[in-house]
Design a protein around this ligand. Structure first.
Ligand code: FAD
Length: 307
């Protein structure tokens, strides 16, 4: 058995999701090779070599803005003889993973949340409403993404060797046009220790501005529901939930959020959940640790005054 973990990194720096994927891979009980493939891979490889449990790092440079197809091609060029391929969770890897599974003729396994044995895993379905235990058949390569928030990141106390990986040609069937990334002073949503999130109950742009001020006071990242994003009150990258980001901060504060299953799927792993909703019957009160039946904007104003 050998395991290939596909790293997630940006601007030469590893994302926390990589250390979580390595931790999950180590639980499957086989030597771990970490593939760092993408633009700036050589810069990120030394950091990758320190992750506990990694025996070897393969670095493959690609042109800027690689497509999921390009990443899938690098994985396929480097996975010969592997029994498992675990992808660190990112939007790019999430799209590359099923392409690799299809090429290898196996079922893709998304968002593994527990490793129970070399071929036995737990994963959520129906937006987290049901947890399944799945067994991969002997002989088939396990191809999976790893839910970042379910695994304590591997420590950075290793010293693996770094070598160049096999490079496959970049996919040319699609062309990168542009990207629109909002720069923010706030911590990154995926790894923030505190998240303040708003829903439709924040009502308008002023409500989200107040939420942003609260985030600044608390050193928190800002999250939002899909309804708030669709209404143009919050940018896409703030969306938390089944089709957004999955977060597990120490503190998650939900303002004017009803608690739909698809939203809960993205924040149920939070250690302490605080909810403010004017409807005492709102489903969010069934999952929160502290609940306040009150107006969301007024509560934020009170908090800002008190802080
Ligand atoms: P609502 O459900 O409309 O709730 C607003 C809440 O605000 C209510 O509980 C109301 O009592 C309260 N409120 C109103 N006014 C005030 C006030 N003045 N003060 C305090 N409280 C007030 N949703 C996500 O969030 N993330 C996802 O990733 C996601 N993915 C989805 C995927 C699919 C396939 C589908 C079908 C849906 C998905 N959704 C997702 C949408 C989800 O089902 C809900 O519609 C959404 O989460 C509701 O957002 P909300 O809580 O802001 O709005």
């Amino acid at each position: 058995m050998t395991i290939l973990v596909v790293a997630d990194f940006e601007e030469g720096s590893l994302k926390a999701s990589t250390a979580s994927a390595v931790a999950a891979a180590s639980m499957a009980g086989a030597p771990v090779t970490l593939l760092v493939a993408g633009h700036g891979a050589e810069g990120a490889a030394p950091e990758a070599s320190k992750l506990h449990g990694v025996e070897r790092v393969l670095a493959v440079e690609t042109p800027e803005h690689p497509s999921p197809e390009t990443i899938a091609a690098q994985v396929l060029a480097n996975c010969g003889g592997c029994s498992h391929i675990f992808f660190a969770m990112s939007f790019l890897n999430r799209a590359a993973m099923p392409r690799v599974a299809a090429k290898l003729g196996v079922s893709p396994l998304s968002e593994v949340s527990a490793v129970l044995g070399p071929r036995t895993f737990r994963r959520a379905i129906y937006a987290g409403g049901v947890i399944t235990t799945v067994q991969c058949p002997e002989g088939a390569v396990v191809v999976a993404t790893v839910r970042t928030t379910s695994f304590e990141p591997a420590a950075a106390d290793g010293a693996a060797a770094v070598a160049p990986g096999a490079a496959a040609p970049a996919f040319e069937g699609s062309v990168f046009v542009s990207s629109d990334v909002k720069k923010s002073d706030r911590p990154e949503l995926l790894t923030a220790k505190r998240v303040v999130a708003g829903g439709q109950g924040l009502e308008d742009a002023a409500g989200f501005q107040a939420l942003d001020q609260l985030a600044a006071k608390l050193g928190a990242a800002v999250g939002a529901t899909r309804v708030a994003v669709d209404a143009g009150l919050a940018p896409n990258e703030w969306q938390v939930g089944q089709t957004g980001k999955i977060v597990a901060p120490d503190l998650y504060m939900a303002f004017g959020i009803s608690g739909a299953l698809q939203h809960l799927a993205g924040m149920m792993g939070s250690k302490v959940i605080v909810a403010v909703n004017k409807d005492p019957e709102a489903p969010i009160f069934e999952v929160c640790d502290y609940g306040l039946a009150a107006d969301a904007k007024e509560s934020i104003a009170e908090l800002l005054k008190a802080l």
